[in-house]
Design a protein around this ligand. Structure first.
Ligand code: SAM
Length: 291
C-alpha cells in the first residue's frame, strides 16, 4: 500500500492519519453486509474473513425453503474453521500470555482465541463501530476483563514494547504498508513471539501488477492486495523469521463456490474464483517468529 498510504506519519494521538485510512474506517463503520451479519448470527461469533475446508454439499439437497439457511450455516462453519486454523499456528500459549488481533473486525477470532487459550486478548480496529460492537459482545459473553477492543491504528498501536506473545492479522494486511506494519508488530512482540497472517496475495509470477480479477477485488473492498514476495521481504527486514507457510488456495475455493450459490453472495464471488483458478491470487497462511 505504499502509494495510498505514503502520507502516513505515526502521529501520536491521531488514529486515522491518512485520507485513505478515513475512507477504510468509514467503510467498516457502515458495513452491514448480510454475508457478515447473517453468518455471525448463526452462533453469535462474527467473522469478516473467508472460509476453508471441504463443503458439505448435501446442504443443497432437500427442501427449497431451508436451503439458504443451510448454506449460511455451512459458510459460517467454514469461516470458523479458518479462524481455528489460524489459532493452531500461534504456538503454545497460556493464561498468563497477552495476544493481539490486528484489524480485529467484529471480534470473532479474538473470542475464539480467548476460549482456546484463556489469555488476555486485545483487538485493534480503525472502525469505531466495530470496536463498539466487539466490546459489547465481550460484555455479553462475560469476558470484558480478558478481551478488549480499541479504536487504534495497527501501524502505531500505542502498546508498550515487548507486550505480546503472539500477534495475528486475519485478512487485514491488505489495508496497510507491510514494512510499517511489521516494524510495529516487531516492536510490540516479545523476543521469540509468534506472528501469523492469513491473507490473499497476488502471484508475482503472473507479473508485477495485480491481475484484472485481483484489481476487481481491490476496488470492491478499497484495499491494496500485496504481491506474495512482499510479505517475506517485509518480514525479513523486520526480524520476523518465517517458520511455516501454507497455501490455502485449494482449501478456500469450495467456500467461494458455495457462497456463489447463496442469497448472501455479495457479487465479488466470480472475481475470487477467477483469480484463484487462473493462479493470479493465493490464499496464504504465513507464520513467523520474532528474532
Ligand atoms: N480480522 C477480522 C476478521 O477476521 O473477522 C476483520 C477482517 S476485515 C476484512 C479488515 C479489518 O481491518 C477491519 O476491522 C478494519 O477496520 C481493519 N483495519 C484496516 N486498516 C487498519 C488499520 N490501519 N489499523 C487497524 N485496523 C485496520
Amino acid at each position: 500500500m505504499t502509494m495510498l498510504d505514503s502520507t502516513a506519519t505515526d502521529a501520536a494521538g491521531q488514529v486515522l492519519v491518512t485520507r485513505y485510512q478515513k475512507s477504510v474506517s468509514e467503510y467498516w463503520n457502515n458495513e452491514k453486509a448480510p454475508v457478515n451479519i447473517r453468518l455471525g448470527e448463526v452462533s453469535g461469533t462474527f467473522h469478516h474473513h473467508y472460509g476453508i475446508g471441504e463443503v458439505d454439499w448435501t446442504v443443497l439437497e432437500g427442501d427449497e425453503a431451508g436451503r439458504q439457511e443451510r448454506i449460511i450455516r455451512e459458510l459460517h462453519r467454514l469461516e470458523g474453521a479458518q479462524a481455528e486454523f489460524l489459532l493452531d499456528q500461534l504456538g503454545p500459549l497460556g493464561a498468563g500470555d497477552r495476544i493481539l488481533d490486528a484489524g480485529s473486525g467484529r471480534g470473532g477470532t479474538s473470542f475464539l482465541a480467548n476460549l482456546r487459550f484463556g489469555c488476555q486478548v486485545d483487538g485493534v480496529s480503525i472502525s469505531q463501530e466495530q470496536v463498539k460492537f466487539a466490546n459489547a459482545q465481550a460484555a455479553e459473553r462475560g469476558v470484558a476483563d480478558q478481551v478488549g477492543f480499541h479504536f487504534r491504528n495497527m501501524l502505531h498501536n500505542e502498546f508498550p514494547a515487548d507486550t505480546f506473545q503472539a500477534i495475528w492479522n486475519n485478512e487485514s494486511t491488505m489495508y496497510v504498508d507491510l514494512h510499517k506494519l511489521f516494524a510495529e508488530h516487531a516492536r510490540v512482540l516479545r523476543p521469540g513471539g509468534r506472528y501469523v497472517t492469513i491473507t490473499g496475495c497476488f502471484n508475482d509470477l503472473h507479473g508485477h501488477q495485480p491481475s484484472r480479477a485481483v484489481s476487481q477485488i481491490d476496488a470492491h473492498y478499497i484495499c491494496d492486495i500485496h504481491p506474495r514476495s512482499e510479505y517475506f521481504a517485509a518480514m525479513a527486514a523486520n526480524g520476523l523469521i518465517p517458520i511455516s507457510v501454507v497455501d490455502l488456495t485449494e482449501a478456500t475455493i469450495p467456500y467461494w463456490e458455495l457462497r456463489a450459490k447463496s442469497e448472501v453472495a455479495s457479487g465479488i464471488e466470480d472475481a475470487f474464483l477467477t483469480a484463484y483458478k487462473e493462479g493470479s491470487f493465493h490464499y496464504l497462511m504465513i507464520a513467523a517468529d520474532k528474532a
